[in-house]
Design a binder for this molecule. Sequence first.
Ligand code: ZN
Length: 479
Amino acid sequence: MTETTLIKRAALVIAWDETQGRHVYQRDADVVFAGDTITFIGRGFGGEADKVIDGGDLMVMPGLIDAHTHSSHTYQTKSALEEVDSLKLYATVLFEYNPLLRLDSKYTPDCCRCSLGELLRSGCTTVVDMSAPYPEWLDVLAESGIRAYVAPGYASASFYTTTGHDLGYSWDEEAGRRKFARALEVVDAAETHASGRLKGMLYPAQVDTCSEELIRDTVDAARERGMPMQTHCAQSVVEFRELMRRTGKTPVEWLHDLGFLGPRTLLGHCIFIDDNPRLFWPVHRDRGILAESDATVAHCPVVQSRRGRLLQSFSSYRKSGINIALGTDTFPMNMVEEMRGAAIMGKIADGHSQWMSARAAFEAATVGGADALGRPDLGRVKVGAKADLVLVDLAHPLMQPARDPLRNLIFAAGERPIRDVFVDGRQVVAKGEVLTIDRRAAAERFSAGHSEMMTRVAERDWANRSADDAFPLSLEIRD
Ligand SMILES: [Zn+2]
Protein backbone atom coordinates (compact mmCIF):
# COMPACT_ATOMS: atom_id res chain seq x y z
CA MET A 1 0.00 0.00 0.00
CA THR A 2 1.26 3.46 -0.90
CA GLU A 3 1.17 5.78 2.10
CA THR A 4 -0.35 9.22 1.56
CA THR A 5 0.89 12.24 3.52
CA LEU A 6 -1.00 15.54 3.69
CA ILE A 7 0.77 18.75 4.71
CA LYS A 8 -2.37 20.62 5.66
CA ARG A 9 -2.70 24.33 4.92
CA ALA A 10 0.96 25.14 4.69
CA ALA A 11 1.38 28.86 5.36
CA LEU A 12 3.59 29.07 2.30
CA VAL A 13 4.67 26.74 -0.49
CA ILE A 14 7.48 27.53 -2.90
CA ALA A 15 5.62 25.95 -5.80
CA TRP A 16 6.65 25.53 -9.40
CA ASP A 17 4.63 27.47 -11.97
CA GLU A 18 4.96 25.27 -15.04
CA THR A 19 3.65 27.83 -17.54
CA GLN A 20 5.97 30.59 -16.32
CA GLY A 21 8.84 28.16 -15.70
CA ARG A 22 9.62 29.64 -12.29
CA HIS A 23 9.20 29.23 -8.53
CA VAL A 24 6.38 31.22 -6.92
CA TYR A 25 5.13 31.74 -3.38
CA GLN A 26 1.75 30.05 -2.91
CA ARG A 27 -0.11 30.84 0.31
CA ASP A 28 -2.33 28.53 2.39
CA ALA A 29 -1.99 25.41 0.29
CA ASP A 30 -2.24 21.69 0.97
CA VAL A 31 0.65 19.60 -0.33
CA VAL A 32 0.02 15.88 -0.70
CA PHE A 33 2.40 13.11 -1.64
CA ALA A 34 1.69 9.44 -2.16
CA GLY A 35 4.72 7.19 -1.91
CA ASP A 36 7.57 8.98 -3.68
CA THR A 37 5.45 11.40 -5.75
CA ILE A 38 3.69 14.74 -5.15
CA THR A 39 0.02 14.26 -6.06
CA PHE A 40 -1.74 17.48 -5.05
CA ILE A 41 -0.95 21.16 -4.41
CA GLY A 42 -3.77 23.57 -3.71
CA ARG A 43 -6.63 24.44 -1.38
CA GLY A 44 -9.06 21.97 0.16
CA PHE A 45 -7.65 18.51 -0.47
CA GLY A 46 -10.66 16.19 -0.21
CA GLY A 47 -8.99 12.80 -0.26
CA GLU A 48 -7.85 10.40 2.43
CA ALA A 49 -4.45 10.70 4.06
CA ASP A 50 -2.55 8.21 6.22
CA LYS A 51 -0.53 10.96 7.86
CA VAL A 52 -1.38 14.64 8.38
CA ILE A 53 1.19 17.35 9.14
CA ASP A 54 -0.12 20.71 10.34
CA GLY A 55 1.33 23.26 7.92
CA GLY A 56 0.19 26.36 9.85
CA ASP A 57 3.73 27.57 10.63
CA LEU A 58 5.49 25.92 7.73
CA MET A 59 7.04 26.84 4.43
CA VAL A 60 7.27 23.87 2.04
CA MET A 61 10.07 24.09 -0.48
CA PRO A 62 11.79 21.72 -2.89
CA GLY A 63 14.80 19.74 -1.71
CA LEU A 64 18.12 21.31 -2.71
CA ILE A 65 20.51 19.73 -5.20
CA ASP A 66 24.25 19.63 -4.49
CA ALA A 67 25.59 19.31 -8.03
CA HIS A 68 29.27 19.06 -7.13
CA THR A 69 30.83 17.53 -4.08
CA HIS A 70 33.28 14.89 -2.94
CA SER A 71 31.55 13.54 0.14
CA SER A 72 34.14 10.90 0.93
CA HIS A 73 37.33 12.82 0.22
CA THR A 74 37.17 16.53 0.95
CA TYR A 75 35.66 16.74 4.42
CA GLN A 76 39.06 15.56 5.68
CA THR A 77 40.65 18.81 4.54
CA LYS A 78 38.61 20.60 7.22
CA SER A 79 40.57 22.12 10.06
CA ALA A 80 43.69 22.18 7.88
CA LEU A 81 43.37 23.52 4.37
CA GLU A 82 41.28 26.65 4.94
CA GLU A 83 44.03 29.24 4.98
CA VAL A 84 47.08 27.93 3.15
CA ASP A 85 47.83 28.54 -0.48
CA SER A 86 50.69 27.84 -2.87
CA LEU A 87 51.78 31.39 -3.53
CA LYS A 88 54.40 30.20 -6.03
CA LEU A 89 51.90 28.14 -8.01
CA TYR A 90 49.47 30.97 -8.63
CA ALA A 91 47.47 30.36 -5.51
CA THR A 92 45.99 26.93 -5.69
CA VAL A 93 46.09 24.32 -2.96
CA LEU A 94 45.37 21.53 -5.40
CA PHE A 95 48.90 20.61 -6.34
CA GLU A 96 50.92 21.15 -3.19
CA TYR A 97 48.64 20.85 -0.14
CA ASN A 98 45.63 18.75 -1.11
CA PRO A 99 47.74 15.61 -1.73
CA LEU A 100 49.13 15.75 1.84
CA LEU A 101 45.74 14.97 3.35
CA ARG A 102 44.94 11.32 2.70
CA LEU A 103 42.61 9.62 5.14
CA ASP A 104 43.17 5.93 5.84
CA SER A 105 40.47 4.15 3.84
CA LYS A 106 38.99 2.51 6.92
CA TYR A 107 37.66 5.93 7.94
CA THR A 108 36.25 6.83 4.51
CA PRO A 109 32.68 5.59 5.18
CA ASP A 110 32.47 7.82 8.27
CA CYS A 111 33.87 10.78 6.34
CA CYS A 112 31.02 10.21 3.88
CA ARG A 113 28.44 9.90 6.69
CA CYS A 114 29.59 13.22 8.19
CA SER A 115 29.21 14.91 4.80
CA LEU A 116 25.80 13.41 4.10
CA GLY A 117 24.46 14.17 7.59
CA GLU A 118 25.33 17.83 7.19
CA LEU A 119 23.87 17.94 3.69
CA LEU A 120 20.55 16.40 4.72
CA ARG A 121 20.30 18.74 7.70
CA SER A 122 20.69 21.71 5.34
CA GLY A 123 17.78 20.61 3.13
CA CYS A 124 19.83 18.86 0.47
CA THR A 125 17.96 15.89 -1.01
CA THR A 126 20.10 15.11 -4.08
CA VAL A 127 23.88 14.93 -4.11
CA VAL A 128 26.32 14.47 -6.96
CA ASP A 129 29.07 12.58 -5.19
CA MET A 130 32.39 12.58 -7.03
CA SER A 131 34.67 10.27 -5.12
CA ALA A 132 37.22 7.51 -5.60
CA PRO A 133 35.20 4.29 -5.33
CA TYR A 134 35.44 2.14 -2.22
CA PRO A 135 33.54 -1.02 -1.24
CA GLU A 136 31.03 0.53 1.20
CA TRP A 137 30.27 3.61 -0.90
CA LEU A 138 26.89 2.72 -2.46
CA ASP A 139 25.56 1.26 0.78
CA VAL A 140 26.56 4.32 2.83
CA LEU A 141 24.80 6.56 0.31
CA ALA A 142 21.71 4.35 0.22
CA GLU A 143 21.48 4.01 4.03
CA SER A 144 21.53 7.80 4.43
CA GLY A 145 18.30 8.05 2.44
CA ILE A 146 19.66 10.76 0.15
CA ARG A 147 19.20 10.68 -3.62
CA ALA A 148 22.65 10.36 -5.14
CA TYR A 149 24.44 10.59 -8.44
CA VAL A 150 27.41 8.32 -8.00
CA ALA A 151 30.41 9.70 -9.89
CA PRO A 152 33.54 7.55 -9.49
CA GLY A 153 36.66 9.48 -10.46
CA TYR A 154 39.34 8.46 -12.93
CA ALA A 155 42.22 10.19 -14.72
CA SER A 156 45.24 9.46 -16.89
CA ALA A 157 47.61 11.54 -14.78
CA SER A 158 48.14 12.87 -11.29
CA PHE A 159 49.81 16.16 -10.48
CA TYR A 160 52.74 16.75 -8.17
CA THR A 161 55.27 19.36 -7.18
CA THR A 162 58.82 18.74 -6.05
CA THR A 163 59.65 22.33 -5.15
CA GLY A 164 56.45 24.23 -4.43
CA HIS A 165 56.90 26.20 -7.64
CA ASP A 166 57.04 23.54 -10.36
CA LEU A 167 54.00 21.57 -11.49
CA GLY A 168 54.41 18.07 -12.89
CA TYR A 169 51.94 15.58 -14.35
CA SER A 170 52.72 11.92 -13.88
CA TRP A 171 51.00 10.12 -16.78
CA ASP A 172 49.88 6.51 -16.63
CA GLU A 173 47.40 5.87 -19.40
CA GLU A 174 46.99 2.19 -18.49
CA ALA A 175 46.09 2.99 -14.88
CA GLY A 176 43.60 5.58 -16.18
CA ARG A 177 41.95 2.93 -18.38
CA ARG A 178 41.67 0.53 -15.45
CA LYS A 179 40.07 3.19 -13.28
CA PHE A 180 37.69 4.08 -16.12
CA ALA A 181 36.64 0.41 -16.45
CA ARG A 182 36.10 0.24 -12.68
CA ALA A 183 34.06 3.48 -12.80
CA LEU A 184 31.77 1.96 -15.44
CA GLU A 185 31.18 -1.05 -13.19
CA VAL A 186 30.34 1.23 -10.26
CA VAL A 187 27.92 3.47 -12.18
CA ASP A 188 26.17 0.41 -13.59
CA ALA A 189 25.86 -1.02 -10.06
CA ALA A 190 24.45 2.30 -8.85
CA GLU A 191 21.74 2.32 -11.51
CA THR A 192 20.56 -1.14 -10.49
CA HIS A 193 20.94 -0.62 -6.71
CA ALA A 194 17.98 -1.90 -4.71
CA SER A 195 17.38 1.51 -3.08
CA GLY A 196 16.26 2.93 -6.44
CA ARG A 197 17.71 6.33 -5.45
CA LEU A 198 21.18 5.94 -6.94
CA LYS A 199 22.14 6.97 -10.44
CA GLY A 200 25.44 7.10 -12.28
CA MET A 201 27.49 9.99 -13.62
CA LEU A 202 30.77 9.77 -15.53
CA TYR A 203 33.55 11.78 -13.96
CA PRO A 204 36.94 12.16 -15.63
CA ALA A 205 38.50 14.04 -12.74
CA GLN A 206 40.13 17.15 -14.20
CA VAL A 207 40.50 18.66 -17.64
CA ASP A 208 44.30 18.73 -17.25
CA THR A 209 44.73 15.14 -15.97
CA CYS A 210 42.78 13.28 -18.67
CA SER A 211 44.02 12.28 -22.10
CA GLU A 212 42.09 13.09 -25.26
CA GLU A 213 41.30 9.39 -25.68
CA LEU A 214 39.91 9.09 -22.15
CA ILE A 215 37.62 12.09 -22.67
CA ARG A 216 36.38 10.75 -26.04
CA ASP A 217 35.66 7.33 -24.54
CA THR A 218 33.84 8.99 -21.65
CA VAL A 219 31.60 10.84 -24.11
CA ASP A 220 30.81 7.56 -25.90
CA ALA A 221 30.07 5.70 -22.66
CA ALA A 222 27.85 8.52 -21.37
CA ARG A 223 25.91 8.58 -24.61
CA GLU A 224 25.48 4.80 -24.58
CA ARG A 225 24.20 4.83 -20.99
CA GLY A 226 22.24 8.10 -21.18
CA MET A 227 24.26 9.45 -18.25
CA PRO A 228 25.37 12.96 -17.31
CA MET A 229 29.08 13.83 -17.13
CA GLN A 230 31.16 16.17 -15.04
CA THR A 231 34.77 17.26 -14.78
CA HIS A 232 36.74 20.07 -13.13
CA CYS A 233 37.40 22.78 -15.71
CA ALA A 234 38.89 26.28 -15.63
CA GLN A 235 39.52 26.02 -11.90
CA SER A 236 42.95 27.67 -11.81
CA VAL A 237 45.22 29.97 -13.79
CA VAL A 238 47.90 27.27 -14.07
CA GLU A 239 45.39 24.77 -15.45
CA PHE A 240 44.23 27.29 -18.10
CA ARG A 241 47.82 27.99 -19.15
CA GLU A 242 48.75 24.29 -19.11
CA LEU A 243 45.90 23.41 -21.51
CA MET A 244 46.84 26.31 -23.78
CA ARG A 245 50.51 25.21 -23.76
CA ARG A 246 49.56 21.59 -24.44
CA THR A 247 46.76 21.99 -26.99
CA GLY A 248 46.57 25.61 -28.18
CA LYS A 249 43.04 25.70 -26.79
CA THR A 250 41.38 26.93 -23.63
CA PRO A 251 40.08 24.16 -21.32
CA VAL A 252 36.52 24.97 -22.46
CA GLU A 253 37.47 24.91 -26.15
CA TRP A 254 39.35 21.63 -25.77
CA LEU A 255 36.44 19.87 -24.09
CA HIS A 256 34.04 21.31 -26.64
CA ASP A 257 36.15 20.03 -29.57
CA LEU A 258 36.18 16.55 -28.00
CA GLY A 259 32.37 16.50 -27.85
CA PHE A 260 32.26 16.66 -24.04
CA LEU A 261 29.98 19.69 -23.72
CA GLY A 262 26.20 19.28 -23.89
CA PRO A 263 22.97 19.78 -21.93
CA ARG A 264 23.86 17.01 -19.48
CA THR A 265 27.45 18.10 -18.88
CA LEU A 266 28.55 19.88 -15.71
CA LEU A 267 31.83 21.75 -15.40
CA GLY A 268 33.11 22.21 -11.88
CA HIS A 269 34.04 25.84 -11.10
CA CYS A 270 34.59 27.30 -14.60
CA ILE A 271 35.97 30.48 -13.08
CA PHE A 272 39.07 30.92 -15.24
CA ILE A 273 37.39 31.07 -18.63
CA ASP A 274 39.17 33.23 -21.19
CA ASP A 275 37.45 36.49 -20.19
CA ASN A 276 38.34 36.23 -16.49
CA PRO A 277 40.11 39.53 -15.77
CA ARG A 278 42.94 37.77 -13.88
CA LEU A 279 44.02 35.99 -17.08
CA PHE A 280 44.46 39.05 -19.32
CA TRP A 281 43.65 36.75 -22.22
CA PRO A 282 43.14 38.63 -25.49
CA VAL A 283 40.44 36.46 -27.13
CA HIS A 284 37.07 35.76 -25.53
CA ARG A 285 35.17 32.76 -26.88
CA ASP A 286 34.53 30.48 -23.88
CA ARG A 287 31.36 32.15 -22.69
CA GLY A 288 29.67 31.74 -26.08
CA ILE A 289 30.74 28.08 -26.28
CA LEU A 290 29.31 27.36 -22.83
CA ALA A 291 26.00 29.03 -23.65
CA GLU A 292 25.60 27.40 -27.08
CA SER A 293 26.46 23.93 -25.83
CA ASP A 294 23.93 24.17 -22.95
CA ALA A 295 26.59 22.92 -20.52
CA THR A 296 26.14 23.77 -16.84
CA VAL A 297 28.63 25.48 -14.56
CA ALA A 298 28.73 23.73 -11.16
CA HIS A 299 29.45 26.76 -9.01
CA CYS A 300 30.90 26.25 -5.51
CA PRO A 301 31.11 29.78 -4.12
CA VAL A 302 31.95 29.03 -0.47
CA VAL A 303 35.21 27.18 -1.09
CA GLN A 304 36.16 29.52 -3.91
CA SER A 305 35.59 32.62 -1.82
CA ARG A 306 37.66 31.08 1.00
CA ARG A 307 40.46 30.82 -1.57
CA GLY A 308 40.04 34.41 -2.68
CA ARG A 309 38.37 33.67 -6.01
CA LEU A 310 35.19 34.90 -7.64
CA LEU A 311 33.04 33.77 -10.50
CA GLN A 312 32.96 36.95 -12.63
CA SER A 313 30.10 37.01 -12.41
CA PHE A 314 27.10 34.82 -11.62
CA SER A 315 24.64 37.33 -13.08
CA SER A 316 26.71 37.93 -16.21
CA TYR A 317 27.09 34.17 -16.87
CA ARG A 318 23.31 33.86 -16.57
CA LYS A 319 22.76 36.84 -18.87
CA SER A 320 25.04 35.12 -21.38
CA GLY A 321 22.67 32.16 -21.31
CA ILE A 322 24.81 29.79 -19.20
CA ASN A 323 23.01 27.44 -16.79
CA ILE A 324 24.41 27.41 -13.24
CA ALA A 325 24.04 24.74 -10.56
CA LEU A 326 25.42 24.92 -7.01
CA GLY A 327 27.77 22.57 -5.18
CA THR A 328 29.48 22.37 -1.82
CA ASP A 329 32.72 20.79 -3.13
CA THR A 330 34.59 20.60 0.19
CA PHE A 331 32.98 21.90 3.40
CA PRO A 332 30.79 23.02 4.94
CA MET A 333 28.37 20.57 3.37
CA ASN A 334 25.58 23.06 3.72
CA MET A 335 23.46 24.04 0.76
CA VAL A 336 21.86 27.04 2.47
CA GLU A 337 25.36 28.41 3.16
CA GLU A 338 26.16 27.76 -0.49
CA MET A 339 23.13 29.78 -1.61
CA ARG A 340 24.18 32.58 0.72
CA GLY A 341 27.74 32.41 -0.66
CA ALA A 342 26.46 32.52 -4.24
CA ALA A 343 24.23 35.51 -3.50
CA ILE A 344 26.83 37.51 -1.59
CA MET A 345 29.82 36.73 -3.80
CA GLY A 346 27.64 37.44 -6.83
CA LYS A 347 26.87 40.88 -5.46
CA ILE A 348 30.55 41.55 -4.73
CA ALA A 349 31.50 40.51 -8.28
CA ASP A 350 28.83 42.82 -9.74
CA GLY A 351 29.74 45.66 -7.39
CA HIS A 352 26.12 46.21 -6.35
CA SER A 353 23.18 44.41 -4.79
CA GLN A 354 20.56 44.18 -7.47
CA TRP A 355 21.41 41.79 -10.30
CA MET A 356 22.46 38.83 -8.19
CA SER A 357 19.61 37.70 -5.99
CA ALA A 358 18.41 35.15 -3.45
CA ARG A 359 16.03 33.96 -6.13
CA ALA A 360 18.88 33.33 -8.61
CA ALA A 361 20.83 31.41 -5.95
CA PHE A 362 17.74 29.34 -5.11
CA GLU A 363 17.11 28.59 -8.79
CA ALA A 364 20.69 27.37 -9.14
CA ALA A 365 20.30 25.16 -6.05
CA THR A 366 17.09 23.61 -7.39
CA VAL A 367 16.20 23.72 -11.10
CA GLY A 368 19.74 24.63 -12.21
CA GLY A 369 21.00 21.29 -10.88
CA ALA A 370 17.88 19.36 -11.90
CA ASP A 371 18.09 20.57 -15.50
CA ALA A 372 21.76 19.60 -15.74
CA LEU A 373 20.83 16.12 -14.53
CA GLY A 374 17.94 15.92 -17.01
CA ARG A 375 15.45 15.65 -14.15
CA PRO A 376 12.27 17.73 -14.55
CA ASP A 377 10.92 15.74 -11.56
CA LEU A 378 13.49 17.24 -9.14
CA GLY A 379 14.05 20.73 -7.70
CA ARG A 380 10.39 21.66 -8.07
CA VAL A 381 7.26 21.38 -5.93
CA LYS A 382 4.71 20.38 -8.55
CA VAL A 383 2.31 17.51 -9.13
CA GLY A 384 4.20 14.56 -10.56
CA ALA A 385 7.56 15.61 -9.13
CA LYS A 386 9.44 13.47 -6.63
CA ALA A 387 8.44 14.03 -3.00
CA ASP A 388 11.83 15.57 -2.12
CA LEU A 389 10.57 18.24 0.27
CA VAL A 390 11.94 20.56 2.93
CA LEU A 391 9.70 21.96 5.68
CA VAL A 392 10.89 25.24 7.18
CA ASP A 393 9.63 26.57 10.52
CA LEU A 394 8.35 30.08 9.77
CA ALA A 395 7.75 30.69 13.49
CA HIS A 396 11.49 30.32 14.20
CA PRO A 397 12.73 33.68 15.55
CA LEU A 398 15.32 33.94 12.78
CA MET A 399 12.56 33.62 10.17
CA GLN A 400 10.59 36.54 11.59
CA PRO A 401 9.33 38.87 10.25
CA ALA A 402 8.26 36.35 7.61
CA ARG A 403 7.38 38.77 4.83
CA ASP A 404 9.95 37.28 2.44
CA PRO A 405 10.95 33.90 3.85
CA LEU A 406 13.32 32.85 1.06
CA ARG A 407 15.47 35.92 1.70
CA ASN A 408 15.26 35.28 5.46
CA LEU A 409 16.47 31.73 4.96
CA ILE A 410 19.38 32.72 2.74
CA PHE A 411 20.53 35.98 4.31
CA ALA A 412 19.61 35.54 7.97
CA ALA A 413 18.57 32.14 9.26
CA GLY A 414 20.72 29.64 7.39
CA GLU A 415 19.71 26.00 7.86
CA ARG A 416 18.58 26.54 11.49
CA PRO A 417 14.80 26.75 10.84
CA ILE A 418 14.80 23.64 8.60
CA ARG A 419 12.60 21.23 10.54
CA ASP A 420 11.80 18.20 8.40
CA VAL A 421 13.24 16.77 5.20
CA PHE A 422 11.74 14.09 2.95
CA VAL A 423 13.48 12.25 0.12
CA ASP A 424 11.38 10.09 -2.18
CA GLY A 425 8.55 10.55 0.33
CA ARG A 426 10.61 9.09 3.18
CA GLN A 427 11.38 11.29 6.17
CA VAL A 428 15.14 11.63 6.74
CA VAL A 429 15.20 14.70 9.03
CA ALA A 430 12.69 15.32 11.84
CA LYS A 431 12.74 18.39 14.09
CA GLY A 432 16.22 19.19 12.86
CA GLU A 433 17.64 15.74 13.64
CA VAL A 434 18.94 13.45 10.91
CA LEU A 435 17.14 10.12 11.36
CA THR A 436 19.28 7.97 9.12
CA ILE A 437 22.80 8.71 10.37
CA ASP A 438 24.31 8.69 13.86
CA ARG A 439 26.19 11.91 13.20
CA ARG A 440 27.98 12.11 16.55
CA ALA A 441 29.30 8.55 16.34
CA ALA A 442 30.39 9.04 12.73
CA ALA A 443 32.13 12.33 13.61
CA GLU A 444 33.97 10.71 16.52
CA ARG A 445 35.34 7.88 14.38
CA PHE A 446 36.15 10.22 11.49
CA SER A 447 38.02 12.58 13.83
CA ALA A 448 40.22 9.72 15.03
CA GLY A 449 41.14 9.09 11.40
CA HIS A 450 41.77 12.81 10.87
CA SER A 451 44.25 12.85 13.79
CA GLU A 452 46.06 9.82 12.38
CA MET A 453 46.19 11.43 8.95
CA MET A 454 47.87 14.51 10.44
CA THR A 455 50.79 12.38 11.71
CA ARG A 456 51.55 11.31 8.12
CA VAL A 457 51.66 14.75 6.48
CA ALA A 458 55.48 15.02 6.47
CA GLU A 459 56.00 11.78 4.57
CA ARG A 460 53.79 13.03 1.73
CA ASP A 461 55.25 16.54 1.54
CA TRP A 462 58.05 17.56 -0.86
CA ALA A 463 59.57 19.67 1.97
CA ASN A 464 58.90 17.12 4.75
CA ARG A 465 56.86 19.62 6.76
CA SER A 466 54.87 18.44 9.74
CA ALA A 467 51.11 19.08 9.87
CA ASP A 468 51.70 22.05 12.15
CA ASP A 469 54.24 23.54 9.75
CA ALA A 470 52.24 22.88 6.60
CA PHE A 471 48.89 23.85 8.17
CA PRO A 472 49.58 26.18 11.11
CA LEU A 473 46.81 26.50 13.71
CA SER A 474 44.94 29.80 13.77
CA LEU A 475 46.09 30.45 17.36
CA GLU A 476 49.19 29.40 19.29
CA ILE A 477 48.70 26.74 21.92
CA ARG A 478 49.58 27.58 25.58
CA ASP A 479 49.66 24.55 27.86
ZN1 ZN B 1 35.54 19.53 -6.87
